[in-house]
Design a protein around this ligand. Structure first.
Ligand code: ZN
Length: 197
């Protein structure tokens, strides 16, 4: 009987030892895992913080570029005034250097001063302003034969106004041109449409 009891006790002790052993191993393992997780998450958090900072700085920069708060006009800036005339479909462009009082102005300040113009381009060195107008561009001319000389008329609001009397004799024109000239030869000064007077 004693032998049996001892054997059973030994088995129980062995089983307990094994169970305790497993338990201890599990606990240690868990500790390691938890510790590792804690470390990794710390690293991730750091990375995120860095990235977030970068993103934040980038966004701030983008915002500045978008609102162009920091862009100011340089003394070398060129100005282009573009007017589109719905009457004839032509666009006249006038170029000029920056007026002195506009140097260092921001887009917002420029818009306040030129409130009837739409700012199409705004950079330190180039400004393009545009607007739309009804009627014709004012660059439509008619050549007529007046007493044998060519006279140039400009069309304003649909009416002809004398623009220039030339000394060019219509005698040198061909018969076809003479006939055309009698009805008035319409021309557009295209070069003028692209540059200032
Ligand atoms: Zn026109």
């Amino acid at each position: 009987m004693n032998k049996v009891i001892i054997t059973i006790l030994s088995i129980i002790v062995l089983m307990i030892s094994i169970l305790v052993g497993i338990q201890v191993f599990k606990t240690q393992n868990n500790n390691v895992t938890e510790h590792q997780i804690a470390q990794i998450s710390e690293e991730i958090e750091d990375d995120c913080t860095e990235e977030w900072k970068e993103l934040y700085e980038q966004n701030t920069m983008n915002l500045q570029v978008n609102t162009q708060e920091n862009i100011r006009l340089s003394p070398n800036c060129s100005f282009t005034f573009q007017t589109h005339y719905t009457g004839c479909g032509h666009t006249s462009r006038k170029y000029m250097n920056i007026p002195q009082q506009l140097v260092n102005k921001t887009e917002e300040e420029l818009q306040e001063l030129y409130n009837e113009w739409k700012i199409k381009t705004f950079t330190t060195n180039e400004v393009i302003l545009e607007k739309e107008e009804t009627g014709e561009c004012g660059e439509h001319y008619v050549l007529r034969d007046v007493d044998g000389k060519i006279v140039i008329y400009v069309i304003k609001d649909g009416k002809e106004e004398e623009y220039e009397k030339t000394e060019i004799s219509t005698d040198y024109l061909t018969e076809t041109d003479k006939i055309t000239m009698k009805d008035g030869l319409k021309v557009i000064r295209k070069r003028e449409l692209k540059s200032s007077h």
